[in-house]
Design a protein around this ligand. Sequence first.
Ligand SMILES: Cc1cc2nc3c(=O)[nH]c(=O)nc-3n(C[C@H](O)[C@H](O)[C@H](O)COP(=O)(O)OP(=O)(O)OC[C@H]3O[C@@H](n4cnc5c(N)ncnc54)[C@H](O)[C@@H]3O)c2cc1C
Length: 440
Amino acid sequence: MKRILIPFLSIVTFAWLGALIATPAPAGATTAWMLRQQALYLTGLWSISLMSLIMVLATRPTWLEAPLGGMDQVYRLHKQAGILAVAFAAAHWLIEMSDDILKAVFGREGRIFNDRNGGFLAMMQDVGEELGEWAIYALLAMLAITLWRRFPYHIWRYAHHAMPVLYLMLVVHAVFLAPATWWAAPVGWMSAALMLAGSTAGMMSLAGRIGRKRRVSGSIESVRDCGGGVTEVRCLLAPQWQGHRAGQFAFVSFDDIEGAHPFTIACADRGDRRIEFQIKALGDYTRQLGTGLRPGQTVSVEGPYGRFDYRRASPRAQQIWVAGGIGITPFLAWLESLLAAPAKAPQAALYYCTRCSDSDPFVPRLQAMCARLPSIQLHVVSADRDAPLTADQLHQHHRATRRTELWFCGPRPFADALREGMATLGMGDVRFHQEAFEMR
Ligand SMILES: Cc1cc2nc3c(=O)[nH]c(=O)nc-3n(C[C@H](O)[C@H](O)[C@H](O)COP(=O)(O)OP(=O)(O)OC[C@H]3O[C@@H](n4cnc5c(N)ncnc54)[C@H](O)[C@@H]3O)c2cc1C
């Protein structure tokens, strides 16, 4: 995500630099007070620019899926930009609070005063200051509960709905407290465009319009307990459903109060608007899903999203597919789609890592499908019997003489260990594609 955030922040910094060079320093200002003033502006500009980006990313822009590599990656960028934005907002607030320290160290001489001639503008500047201060406290609290993994997700999600309101408060703060000279310079035009885009996105979010065009209703056809804490849910969707590519996911809502959860569509597109989900009991809601769902119940499905698709890879590259636990779902969809034309299936090694292969509900299905797909070698790695899959083993079995495309879906620490291990072993030209099953 650095490849997006570094250029983005560089452009913002250049715009600020342009304004700094073009604007003469206030008469009598000393270096210390000048530095404080510009640091205040720059941290504020970084923060509001990143927040505008975050708001746009929160609208689930499908046009960004191709450049970023899927909606899960859009959310990753959203999260990383969010952490940075709050860090800059906190720095901005600390610099604002540094007044008394600077007075004690450098004296009052050379201070820079804001132009406040009274009237509407001065009143709005006071309002902007108040709003900014409260919004920063709320943002810091939001960041703390985001990073505190044990904080319940469903409460976090409701709290997160307040973000557009906080953003709009910060827009008022930025509009009335940015230097007036900025609005006649590129930095002001850039900020105005970003804040306009961010405010539009915020309004869309508050009006509940995000993803509305991709939302289709349907009904549950069957619910089956597959064992191992996995529930299979089959749904029939309304005619508006446009179909999906194997490996994509959707936001699925079985209950209006609970809201939507992302689940991979664990089957190929059969062209009959029937889709299936394999849902593992991983948390509060998914744990009671198996007993709570009934055939005939309505469902709302928003999607499809995602770019987890082996066909994006170079045809000459060797393919390694690795699934950990419920991360097998996109591969189930891939295998089923390949069964339509087994001769056209790519050469690939599929590693399925599970706790216990004897009781795993997916193993018989994988074995049956791979028996009909001779180019796919299935390796089941059962934790109760086998050594865990490591980069070292992949290196031994797939020593790269050519490019390797590694498709991974599973727990993040497992992905990190494989990625780092492969880099350390110097496993040649490896492209690591990861479907992130986490959005927070
Ligand atoms: C792209 C993608 C595809 C997924 N595919 C599957 C799948 O095929 N099968 C499967 O079993 N699981 C899948 N998951 C994971 C699944 O979404 C979570 O396990 C589920 O939402 C947990 O809900 P909970 O309330 O039971 O758990 P909680 O304990 O409340 O949450 C556990 C974690 O799940 C995530 N989560 C919870 N609710 C949401 C939500 N509404 N939106 C986004 N993330 C949420 C958060 O990271 C949270 O920290 C997928 C996740 C993503 C992002």
